[in-house]
Write a protein of this length. Structure first.
Length: 450
């Protein structure tokens, strides 16, 4: 049976569909980024809460629970993405972590609070890879990296917003207010997403809704999606499809990039204020310098995405890793203030924002039908780096080797990430386990960037 709905043959302005979609996904990313950084902004208030009696070590343990939850959540996204569809998965993760933010604000003690942070991490771990895959699938091939950069820039703005809001409100108001702000997605973004977030054309085809898939692709100006003639078995929670002979090297290299990217993100953001204070800066100046790096990530991701679309993501990802590492080496030499500011802006993109570019790179290289599980598993493995980064920085600070060794080691991690980016094989054009498409029943054109 022929797929009768086809995309329009002439040019068409797709901005009426794309602009609201980008705004909606950017708002989801904004709340995701806010929740990632809100805990750090509230730690001083948590330590000062009289009835909780938290030590710094216990506060650090609670902080690691969100990263652990994200590891679990990213695995859930990788395992369930093809089964339930990215729209349902994204809405579930967004609603779940927003409810957990509400529970964090209402927690009566440290035990309940810690449990809510672990569960919030699971929701966040589901949202990030699924959101990236959704934005990529709904973007024309020449605009994917740019659109992912725009959405991830919103995430960085959310991460910047939490400490800024905390600096304005705390300690005059309760830390609980900051968590209730994060829960506002339940009454703002979730209803909008329920009404307006489109379903994945691939998932629509997979579930027998070809007419709807054709309408979505036409509305967004996308090439028509194609289902494989024979769907492979989804073995090992999605891993079986990613570790075939054709895809294994690509998969492992993206795992390594995600590990390096998230190690740098969490290690650098966790210890930069302490490193700056140890180096002689006041607390206010150290926090200001930390905010400057988040500004660099927010501003740099949009042109970074544009460059990735123009030059290819391989060069841009490797360049970002190397630029972040070079910035760290310059900072280790105690430069003049103007050069320090410039290096922190560069490090913001190369250390805090590089994972968003890695995500765009993965989308470009993986077959379209495997993007959601590939993203989920890459970020799940990458969460090991998120857990290791803060611990590595702490061990280096306690080692007596000198502050400069923090910069040296993190720069070396950036160099490793760049090497992994350069070693990724060229794009795969078909599904790794499928025979050539011989069934004449489908005439849908393949996604040229899959």
């Amino acid at each position: 049976m022929q797929a009768t709905p086809t995309a329009p043959s002439g040019p068409r302005d797709h901005a009426p569909a794309m602009l609201p979609f980008l705004l909606l996904t950017a708002l989801i990313a904004l709340f995701e980024g806010y929740d990632l950084s809100v805990y750090g902004a509230t730690v001083p208030s948590l330590l000062a809460t009289p009835d909780w009696h938290l030590s710094k070590g216990e506060a650090g343990d609670i902080g690691s629970l969100a990263a652990l939850g994200m590891l679990i959540g990213a695995g859930v996204a990788g395992a369930m993405g093809r089964r339930v569809g990215p729209r349902r998965l994204l809405l579930s993760g967004l609603s779940f972590f927003s409810l957990c933010m509400l529970a964090s604000g209402a927690a009566g003690g440290p035990g309940t609070f810690a449990a809510s942070r672990l569960l919030a991490g699971i929701g966040l771990g589901v949202v990030l890879p699924t959101l990236t895959a959704v934005v990529a699938e709904m973007s024309p091939a020449g605009q994917r990296a740019r659109n992912i950069g725009i959405v991830m820039a919103a995430s960085s703005l959310g991460s910047l917003g939490a400490p800024l809001l905390g600096a304005w409100l705390l300690p005059d108001v309760s830390f609980r207010v900051l968590y209730f702000v994060g829960a506002a997605a339940l009454i703002t973004v979730v209803p909008w997403a329920l009404a307006r977030l489109p379903e994945s054309p691939l998932h629509l085809l997979r579930t027998g809704r070809g007419d709807q898939a054709a309408r979505v692709t036409a509305r967004f100006g996308l090439p028509e999606a194609q289902l494989p003639a024979q769907a492979p078995r989804d073995r090992l929670l999605g891993l079986g499809l990613l570790l075939t002979r054709r895809l294994a090297a690509t998969t492992v290299l993206f795992w390594l990039m995600a590990f390096c990217g998230l190690l740098l993100t969490f290690g650098f953001s966790t210890w930069l204020p302490t490193i700056m204070q140890t180096g002689g800066f006041s607390t206010d100046t150290a926090l200001t310098l930390t905010c400057l790096s988040w500004v660099g990530a927010s501003v740099g991701l949009v042109p970074g995405g544009l460059l990735a679309d123009r030059l290819g993501p391989r060069r841009v990802v490797a360049g970002a890793f190397l630029a972040g590492g070079a910035g760290l080496l310059v900072i280790s030499r105690g430069p003049a203030m103007w050069l320090l500011y410039l290096c922190l802006l560069v490090c913001g993109l190369g250390l805090l924002g590089v994972q968003a570019l890695v995500n765009a790179y993965l989308i470009d290289r993986m077959p379209a039908d495997l993007r959601t599980p590939a993203m989920g598993w890459a970020l799940s493995v990458g969460r090991l780096g998120a857990i290791a980064g803060p611990a590595l920085g702490g061990r280096l600070l306690d080692s007596g080797l000198g502050l400069e060794w923090n910069f040296y080691v993190f720069a070396a991690v950036g160099a490793l990430g760049a090497l992994a980016a350069l070693c990724v094989p060229h794009r795969h054009t078909g599904h790794p386990q499928l025979r050539p498409h011989t069934a004449p029943a489908l005439t849908l054109r393949p996604d040229s960037a899959a």
